[in-house]
Design a protein around this ligand. Structure first.
Ligand SMILES: Cc1ncc(COP(=O)(O)O)c(C=O)c1O
Length: 340
């Protein structure tokens, strides 16, 4: 049976050209700061985001956690959008390592300056100290939505007014850049720090970058070590990331187009509701008649793999390893399954 794997854009395998770049990478011990390929990646990524420095880290989770550690003190409160990755999918790490708690601003993941101001605790000592606001762009649980830049600029100025730090969870910032037509530097400009992944839509096997000022990255370097993220001959992985940056960025528009085709092929299917617009490579389906976990199980039986994200919602993600034709075929197989 043919498989259509739409569970995540993390399931891609390195292409032959990427593997060749990895095999040829010049390496050294990166814990001693001696891996030239890692250095090259960090310099390139810092420039792409218009920041002073970058640090190669093993995962987006570590990039986000370092963001919390760099910007907060234990007992602080961090404002997030509903469904934020750092509160939902990082195994409680924010509470375990940074010792922070989260406050949700607004509903649906994207929020504005007014919602931020409402979420900030007043000053007296018996409240937690609100010290940070995390923005996720694109927003995973919101269905890959792009945070409107005007909204981010307003948020950032409200955050500054209240003295809050502002890290960006930019795991899929590359998708936001392609979809909005804004450069990664423009998208990163309002933020203090950015965590960006090479292992999602860009198709590298491993790795993310934590990006910011020299001081932030110096602090991040120490936290990476504490979290066990110091890597040795990591140039083989950095080479994959460099290859991905050079060859897999512009093509993200193909993933976005495939996601739109998937959604269009499902419009009108009984028991399925779709957002009016699919902005990037994630399609969030609401099932109105059946249990989403059950639909996901039955879809797997016909070769369509996708994740239920609640009893009412399913998530499909397009990526480098699935074509537009395959995505449409997957939609045809999935369509009838949510009717009852
Ligand atoms: C928005 C977002 N942030 C962070 C991460 C974490 O990345 P990783 O799986 O590399 O830890 C993910 C992973 O899917 C994500 O979707």
């Amino acid at each position: 049976m043919k498989r259509y794997d739409l569970r995540s854009d993390t399931i891609t395998r390195p292409t032959a050209a990427m593997r060749a770049a990895m095999a040829e990478a010049e390496v050294g011990d990166d814990v001693y700061g001696e891996d030239p390929t890692v250095r090259r990646l960090e310099e390139q990524v810092a420039a792409l985001f218009g920041k002073e420095a970058a640090l190669f880290v093993p995962s987006g989770t570590m990039g986000n956690q370092i963001g919390l550690l760099v910007h907060t003190r234990p007992g602080d409160e961090v404002v997030i959008g509903e469904g934020s990755h750092c509160a939902w999918y990082e195994s409680g790490a924010g509470a375990a390592w940074a010792g922070v708690q989260f406050a949700v601003a607004g509903a649906g993941g994207l929020f504005d300056a007014a919602a931020l101001s409402e979420a900030i605790k007043p000053l007296p000592d018996h409240f937690p100290r609100t010290s940070l606001v995390v923005v996720e762009n694109t927003h995973n649980r919101a269905g890959g939505r792009v945070f409107p830049q005007a909204q981010i600029l307003e948020l950032a100025s409200a955050a500054r007014e209240h003295g809050l730090g502002l890290p960006l969870d930019g795991a899929r910032i590359w998708n936001a850049s392609v979809a909005s037509g804004l450069s990664t530097a423009e998208l990163a400009a309002p933020f203090d720090t950015v965590s960006a992944c090479f292992s999602k839509g860009l198709g590298a096997p491993v790795g993310s970058a934590f990006v910011g000022s020299r001081d932030h990255v110096r602090a991040a370097h120490r936290f990476r070590k504490m979290l066990g993220g110091g890597m040795r001959q990591a140039g083989v992985l950095a080479a994959a990331a460099l290859h991905a940056l050079a060859h897999h960025r512009a093509r993200l528009s193909e993933d976005h187009r495939a996601a739109q085709l998937f959604a269009d092929a499902l419009r009108g299917a009984p028991g399925i509701e779709l957002p009016p617009e699919v902005e990037t490579n994630i399609v969030q389906l609401t099932v109105t008649r059946a249990d989403a976990y059950d639909v996901a199980r039955r879809a797997a039986d016909v070769g369509v793999l996708l994740n239920a994200t609640s009893r009412r919602t399913l998530r499909a993600v397009t990526h480098l390893d699935i074509s537009a034709d395959e995505v449409v075929r997957a939609a045809e197989l999935l369509g009838p399954l949510a009717a009852s």
